[in-house]
Ligand binder design. Structure first.
Ligand SMILES: [Zn+2]
Length: 418
């Protein structure tokens, strides 16, 4: 095996199919066809049309192939049939801001299986904002590049519970040169960790390096606001705007937010993604939401948890953000779900996050929680309740059934044929 790998070219060597996947989540063997029928409400993830008039989804070999009314779509030859029993299907949730380290373990609060717990909160995709909690994290250029490449490989190979963790997000240091970004990109790195968590804390240096990253197809984000833990620093609006990253990481602070006038300046001064995180200032999140709405730019709003963090790990963090923004920010729940799905997928160039033909068949199936006073799932979220999750599906494969973490859903879907 070793010899065969060595004989391949550097580029070829790191393609997924060449890497042994001993610890990988179970993959579909042979052709698969999933049918989800009796869907009571279908949330598309797309702001421009958040609710679809359909009750059936078909996915073949992990990709959505049909959406429509049961009588109109070809459901023959299904390998798995899920009866949704009138519940709500949405795209799997995306957490735009996590800090993974290795496998399904985090040293931040010394927890294991935290990613699997997120899956029980409906999160099917996570994006690393830097593997900054790695004990002994190297800060020299060779070391930080090696760590980023390792993290990208490791999380591409290992998907805890099936969750897609996009990791390998180096934290930039002042000694880096353009060739380092070229090398990282060639090795498969597609993300930068939060600018500001390393040695680069000034606008001009950040801008230069973010430009190099962009030139080679690496997307960037930045730590916005006060220091997160002792030892980190303040990043204010001037640095944020000068750096020019693709995403304004936790614009509501992680945890300490900038003053409202600075948040407004950032919203108005660029077109980057406005990321709202659970481990941030909730009032500032609502202020950012209102500002984005006034600007008619809700398409820029995306959600993360920034976990694991000092406040812990929040398996329901994305659902809690959806509920917070909908109930206190006066946003229809079907729109708030777009912040956690389609908006992020489009901004991050992911093939999931929308119920659309050709996209990954990643879904969360929910219903209003038992004893919620609301009449429907959407009403319950607008009242500030969390929905109950009855099933998660990734790449067309059922990964979990009734969630162990959400309040129990009133109705749950059922696998009726397999
Ligand atoms: Zn941060």
């Amino acid at each position: 095996m070793l010899r065969r790998v060595r004989a391949q070219t550097a580029a070829k060597r790191f393609e997924r199919e060449d890497i042994p996947m001993a610890h990988d989540a179970p993959q579909a063997t042979g052709p698969s066809k999933l049918v989800i029928r009796n869907i009571g409400l279908m949330l598309s993830g797309a702001l421009e049309r958040p609710i679809l008039d359909a009750d059936t989804i078909v996915a073949e070999n992990g990709k959505i192939t049909a959406i429509g009314r049961f009588k109109d779509v070809d459901t023959s030859g299904a390998t798995t049939i899920v009866d949704a029993h009138g519940t709500t299907v949405a795209p799997g949730l995306i957490d735009s801001h996590v800090h993974p380290v290795a496998g399904d373990w985090t040293p931040r609060q010394n927890q294991i299986n935290w990613i699997d717990s997120y899956l029980h909160g409906g999160v099917t995709t996570m994006i690393s904002a830097g593997e900054v909690h790695m004990p002994g994290r190297p800060r020299d250029v060779v070391g930080l590049k090696a760590m980023a490449i390792f993290a990208q490989r490791a999380f591409w190979t290992l998907r805890p519970g099936g969750v897609k963790v996009h990791a390998g997000a180096p934290v930039i240091e002042c000694e880096m040169v353009e060739d380092d970004f070229k090398e990282l990109a060639a090795a498969g790195v597609k993300l930068l960790g939060e600018v500001g968590l390393g040695g680069v804390k000034d606008g001009p240096t950040a801008r230069k390096m973010v430009g190099w990253a962009r030139k080679y197809g690496i997307q960037s984000t930045i730590h916005t606001g006060g220091p997160s833990i002792p030892g980190s620093g303040l990043i204010d609006k001037d640095v944020v705007l000068e750096a020019g990253t693709d995403v304004i990481g936790h614009i509501n602070g992680g945890h300490t937010a900038l003053p409202d006038d600075q948040i407004r300046c950032i919203c108005e001064g660029c077109k980057a993604g406005l990321e709202l995180v659970h481990n941030g200032n909730e009032r500032s999140a609502l202020f950012t939401l209102r500002t984005a709405r006034e600007m008619n730019e809700l398409n820029r709003v995306i959600l993360g948890t920034d976990a694991p963090a000092g406040s812990g790990v929040q398996p329901l963090g994305i659902l809690r953000m959806v509920s917070l923004l909908s109930s206190l920010g006066d946003v229809p729940a079907e729109i708030a779900f777009c912040f956690a799905t389609g908006n992020t997928a489009r901004m991050r160039e992911l093939d999931c996050g929308l119920i659309e033909i050709g996209r990954s068949a990643d879904f969360v199936i929910m219903d209003k929680a038992q004893h919620s006073p609301a009449k429907t799932l959407l009403d319950s979220v607008q009242l500030g309740d969390l929905p109950g999750i009855g099933m998660t599906i990734i790449d067309g494969i059922v990964r979990t059934q009734r969630s162990r973490n959400t309040p129990p859903a009133t109705k749950i879907p059922e696998i009726v044929a397999k």
